[in-house]
Design a protein around this ligand. Structure first.
Ligand code: NCD
Length: 322
């Protein structure tokens, strides 16, 4: 996997491990700020006018799919968005991912592939076979790197500096990929960021990630009780319990016993700081009550809009100079 080393041009974006320096993220944020300005001013951009971008999604998605699609269109690229690959592509007939990737590169004459796939190593496999850059739009249970960048951008938007922040990650830390990518990205900001992982004991963060974070000397804390950490939190990052992975592993009894294990509502927020923010990669399935949506601490709608700006910035940086 190629490290960015301050340049995104023509590179794949497979994992947050490709970042080594905070200012690489600042570079993306600066371009995202510009993208935000042009979207808000309704300016038409032609940055990627002569480019073709193909999206291949093998798993359900609303935000990631539509924001990548919109990002590509807002930059003037010819966009080929394909959803439902798991049901309608020749994968059903047994075609391998390398062959599908090589096929799509030929049939769409694209300059970049955006891939969402249930296998952990799918984006790397795709990158190994594609001649064009590949962006990971969520792979397996471990990586969702563009989500981590937009999450960090959102935290920065609210707190200005990524300093002295206490971040609580709540929910399905075992199967959820957004929390793993975000935690690894936050490791770049040690020692000024502390992360508390809160989950039912069956859904704790895998040891591999914990050991990685410890090796990066980031302060971490694990608990089953939100009450123990909520009052100190600056960011409460909520996730859903990932039903599909329980289904795949034949553990629906466990899922049914864990669903609804936590529910963030206004009563919960009464114990939190006034300036705390609530984030969620979404979709939510009951973890955050609708009544929270109008609280000034609810950041998840801004967070999803930031997905558009960050993905515009990434596409531009990878396909042009960057
Ligand atoms: C997340 C994902 O796909 O990992 N969704 C997203 O991209 N915003 C989170 C989830 O599905 O729970």
């Amino acid at each position: 996997m190629t490290k960015f080393n301050h340049s995104f041009a023509k590179k794949d974006f497979i994992s947050v491990n490709q970042f080594s320096y905070k200012d690489e993220l600042d570079k993306i944020f600066t371009v995202a700020d510009k993208m935000k300005k042009s979207i808000l001013k309704k300016q038409i951009r032609n940055d990627l006018k002569k480019f073709c971008i193909t999206q291949l999604f093998y798993q359900p998605s609303t935000r990631t799919f539509t924001s990548f699609l919109a990002a590509s269109c807002h930059l003037g690229a010819l966009t080929i968005p394909i959803h439902g690959m798991q049901a309608y592509s020749s994968a059903v007939k047994g075609e391998s991912l390398p062959d599908t990737i090589r096929t799509v590169e030929q049939t769409t004459a694209c300059d970049l592939i955006i891939l969402r796939h249930p296998d952990d190593n799918s984006s790397q496999v795709a990158a190994d076979y594609a001649r064009v850059p590949v962006i990971n739009a969520g792979s397996g249970t471990r990586e969702h790197p563009t989500q981590a960048v937009l999450d960090l951008y959102t935290i920065k938007q609210y707190f200005k500096k990524l300093k002295n922040l206490n971040i609580v990650m709540l929910g399905d830390l075992k199967y959820g990929r957004t929390v793993k990518s975000l935690a690894k990205l936050l490791a770049l900001y040690q020692p000024s960021v502390k992360i508390s992982f809160v989950s039912p004991k069956q859904l704790v963060m895998p040891r591999e990630e914990i050991e990685y974070l410890q090796s990066k000397k980031i302060k971490i804390n694990e608990t089953n009780e939100l009450n123990q950490v909520l009052s100190q939190a600056d960011v409460l990052y909520v996730t859903r319990i990932q039903k599909e992975w329980f289904e795949k592993e034949g553990k629906m009894n466990l899922y049914n016993s864990l669903r609804g294990a936590y529910n963030i509502n206004l009563k919960t927020l009464s114990q939190a700081k006034k300036k705390m923010i609530v984030m969620h990669p979404l979709p939510r399935v009951g973890e955050i009550a609708y009544e929270v949506d109008n609280d000034s601490r609810a950041a998840y709608f801004n967070q999803m809009r930031n997905g558009l700006y960050i993905r515009m910035a990434l596409l531009r940086l990878i396909l042009r100079k960057g």
